[in-house]
Design a protein around this ligand. Structure first.
Ligand SMILES: *Cc1c(COP(=O)(O)O)cnc(C)c1O
Length: 832
């Protein structure tokens, strides 16, 4: 029994008495050797680079461990309010480089490796990315926990320990091929299993009234165990180490007992596997839901295990008195995915802890806060009532009760407005009744936020208008950000050193200080150094990717990059159409004032998203033609980089000149890739969408390549959108469509791009690609012209970096804390 406490003696105090560990290169080298030899059992015949990585990682982990303990002591001792970030995704990437940076031991760890005959750059490559997320939403959660720890805020991340993370992408014949990502295969040194904190989560069964007061219990359930795995989250050089708690599903001992007793051993193992299936795989859909039962199981599993964990801890210190619970606890729901938490907290308080409805609701609705991440209707969870009844019958009853009380409130506010009742109901009527999970999140939360100014405004005007009318005070904006530790200090050491030399080290925790760089834009020698570093980062990107892509790239070309999930709303297609246009210009001899360009794409398509996969195929086919045409030569290169992920972006964003942020206005909630590029001195070509608007405001219109319809214009033009006339009227686009339609890029694959052609020509095209083509080409011309003047371009590059201070998650988290969580920072106890 892992949770059996010691009874005869209490040696824990003595057991934990240790001198603190040294941070010098010698101390790290010694511990790396120890772990290599004793923990991992390696000797001088050891061949695998993986063991060296693991040995160093363990030595670093030891240093985190003592700070982790002292952080927890400090939080417990302060009895402070805490917040919990509930997210189905944490796209963490690699941990080693970040851990040494945040511990302040980058140099000594590098030296330690040198004394062992190794190079850091090589060793870090042995770590697999923790790819427990799809894209922006999961990466935001990862940046958030970094900032929370850096700000010394008592915030715990709660997520799922998927056995298989985001699939690995390769490209065969220009097509995406998916392979499972068994990221735990070589072990994961950054996690600690905590079996003694296991929690039971229920599914199925039915409800039953009992006792005098008609209390409800949920019986005959099929239970699944949630086992926590804790991952340390170090703050930046501040002694704080917070916790990311990831849940793994395990079968209970009684699971499959019926089958076992009936003599069917195989069936009993099968049902055990079914329980453990819950955390087997991350759903690879970005910004869309496909309504699968297992996904609802995952969502409830996360919400229930996390809430029970917090409630258990509460009862442990406060007993059954929940009167102070809301003052001490806050749950931030990362998108609609974990919104079942609203009903689950009600269930725990009422069924398990005996509170009345009103008391439970007062606590729940003061404890939950909801972040919306998208306006795309296909991304909002709706679960069929039938499925809900079968899987979570008690939760469905609670949702019905919440809805009845909520609709009574609506009816008393707007008497006789039946339309409004129908619109706002948590239950959508129709052929099959559906639970609208986003509405549950809004009704149950005291705060509802969007992730960029435009997005938050559009939520109030559109998707959640009725709710905004009812509760304007709940709605607020929290513009996203990125952590400057990973996305500049760690991924771009060259630029970081130059910046620090110019303005000091303060920027790593106060990114607004980058503003001090603006004056260096006018310093010729500084510009020269800036350009040198960008050039070296481009070389690094070529080195890193050359082999995969198999083409020769000129580092003096403008590196024009679009990396992000493949999605029609992000309009990779518009970018390819521009590449075809450039190719067409070269072919027809229109090459005056040419700027050599290397256009880089990267991104995964959801395996079931046929159109997104076809666009990958188009990129690769166009690349095949363009890259092998002697007349094109160095003027234009096109590369699709397979398996885009966090560790790839760490190489890509420092080596990019032009950042493509070209979504249809009103569709990209915020974007965070845009911020990583800006911070690393890329210029943006973009629409007035998401955080692009705020980026342009910060850097000034003259340092941003703007094009395209505004969100308002998109909505106004939609009804009379006529792509055929647009194509007819624009010679460039007409020629591009002719090339596509003539099969120029698919000579031996007839018809494969027909769906893409139809989508551009279709009046129903929701992304209105043709509408923005002309102004996009113009903006690209301006970008190309600007790039031909290196001094001017470098100036703009410096000004972009200098203006990116707003986009630190330190600022974002500061606002979450000021407006929503209201936590007090707590210093970790000093090391003994
Ligand atoms: C930052 C990041 C994203 C988000 O990019 P957007 O351009 O904002 O969609 C997605 N995936 C990875 C790996 C990232 O690092």
């Amino acid at each position: 029994m892992p949770n059996k406490p010691l009874t005869k003696s209490k040696p824990n105090a003595q057991l934990t008495e240790l001198p603190s560990l040294g941070l010098s290169a010698d101390a790290l080298a010694l511990d790396t050797r120890r772990h290599f030899t004793y923990t991992l059992g390696q000797d001088k015949s050891s061949q695998s680079a993986h063991y060296t990585y693991t040995a160093l990682a363990l030595a670093v982990r030891d240093r985190l461990m003592e700070r982790w303990k002292n952080t927890n002591y400090a939080y417990d001792g302060a009895g402070c309010k805490r917040a919990y970030y509930l997210s189905m995704e944490f796209l963490m990437g690699r941990a080693l480089g970040n851990a040494v940076l945040n511990l302040g031991i980058t140099d000594s760890a590098g030296l330690a490796l040198k004394t062992l005959g190794l190079e850091m750059e090589e060793v870090v490559e042995s770590e697999s990315d923790a790819g427990l997320g799809n894209g922006g939403l999961g990466r935001l959660a990862a940046c958030f926990v970094d900032s929370c720890a850096t700000l010394k805020l008592p915030v715990t991340g709660y997520g799922i320990r998927y056995e298989y993370g985001m699939f690995r992408q390769s490209v065969e014949d220009g097509q995406q091929v998916e392979e499972p990502d068994h990221w735990l295969r070589n072990g994961h040194v950054w996690e600690l299993e905590r079996p003694e904190l296991t929690i039971r989560v229920r599914f199925g069964g039915h409800t039953d009234n009992y006792g005098e007061n008609g209390r409800t219990r949920w019986v005959n359930t099929q239970d699944v165990l949630a086992v926590p795995y804790d991952v340390p989250i170090p703050g930046y050089q501040n002694g704080t180490v917070n916790t990311l708690r990831l849940w793994k599903a395990a079968a209970t001992d009684e699971f499959g007992l019926n089958e076992f007793n009936a003599g069917d051993y195989t069936a009993s193992v099968r049902s055990k596997n079914q329980a453990e299936n819950i955390t087997m795989v991350l759903y690879p859909n970005d910004a869309s839901e496909n309504g699968k039962e297992l996904r609802l199981r995952q969502q409830y599993f996360l919400a229930s295990a996390s809430l029970q964990d917090v409630v258990r801890k509460w009862v442990h210190t406060h007993g059954e008195d929940f009167s102070g619970f809301a003052e001490k606890n806050c749950f931030q729901l990362n998108d609609t995915h974990p919104s079942i938490a609203v009903a689950e907290l009600m269930r725990l308080l009422i069924d398990e802890h005996g509170l009345g409805w009103d008391a439970a609701w007062a606590i729940t609705s003061k404890t939950m806060a909801y972040t919306n991440h998208t306006l795309l209707p296909e991304a909002l969870e709706r679960w069929s009532v039938r499925l809900f009844r079968q899987l979570l019958p008690r939760l469905l009853e609670i949702i019905f009760e919440i809805n009845a009380r909520f609709l009574a409130e609506v009816a008393s506010r707007w008497p006789g407005d039946l339309d409004r009742l129908g619109r706002m109901s948590l239950i959508e009527e129709g052929y099959e009744q559906q639970v609208r999970m986003a509405y549950l999140a809004i009704v149950g939360s005291f705060s509802v936020n969007g992730v960029a100014e435009l997005h938050s405004d559009l939520l109030k005007q559109g998707l959640f208008r009725d709710f905004y009318e009812m509760w304007p005070h709940k709605f607020n904006n929290k513009t996203n950000g990125i952590t400057p530790r990973r996305w500049l200090a760690s991924c771009n050491p060259g630029l970081s050193a130059l910046i620090t030399e110019a303005i000091g080290t303060g920027w790593t925790t106060d990114l607004g200080q980058l503003g001090k760089l603006a004056k260096y834009a006018d310093d010729k020698a500084f510009r020269e150094q800036w350009r040198k570093i960008k050039r070296a980062n481009k070389e690094r990107l070529i080195q890193y990717k050359q082999a995969e892509v198999g083409i020769v790239i000129n580092p003096d070309a403008m590196f024009d990059t679009q990396v992000k999930r493949m999605h029609e709303y992000k309009r990779q297609l518009l970018n390819v159409l521009h590449v075809i246009h450039l190719y067409d210009r070269i072919k027809r001899g229109d090459e005056g004032d040419w700027t050599p360009r290397c256009v880089i794409f990267g991104g995964k398509a959801a395996p079931g998203y046929v159109m997104a996969k076809r666009i990958i195929k188009l990129i690769n086919n166009v690349a095949n033609v363009v890259n092998h045409d002697a007349k094109v030569g160095d003027k234009l290169k096109l590369a699709f980089l397979p398996n885009y992920r966090v560790s790839a972006m760490e190489i890509i964003c420092p080596g990019t000149d032009l950042s493509e942020q070209i979504s249809t206005a009103g569709k990209e909630a915020s974007g965070t890739g845009n911020m990583k590029f800006m911070l690393n001195g890329a210029l943006t070509i973009g629409t007035l969408d998401g955080a692009n608007i705020e980026i342009r405001e910060e850097v000034g219109a003259e340092n941003f390549f703007l094009f395209g319809l505004t969100a308002e214009e998109v909505e106004r033009t939609r009804d009379r959108y006529d792509p055929w006339s647009i194509i007819e009227a624009n010679e460039d686009l007409r020629r591009v469509m002719q090339l596509l339609e003539s099969g120029h890029f698919n000579q031996f694959e007839p018809g494969i791009f027909e769906p893409i052609i139809q989508s551009v020509r279709g009046a129903w095209d929701p992304w209105m690609t043709a509408a923005d083509f002309g102004s996009y080409v113009d903006a690209q011309k301006r970008a190309a012209a600007a790039y031909r003047d290196p001094e001017h371009w470098t100036r703009m590059s410096i000004l972009n970096c200098a203006a990116s201070g707003k986009f630190s998650t330190d600022r974002t988290i500061g606002e979450y804390n000021r407006d929503i969580w209201k936590l007090t920072p707590v210093d970790a106890l000093p090391l003994g």
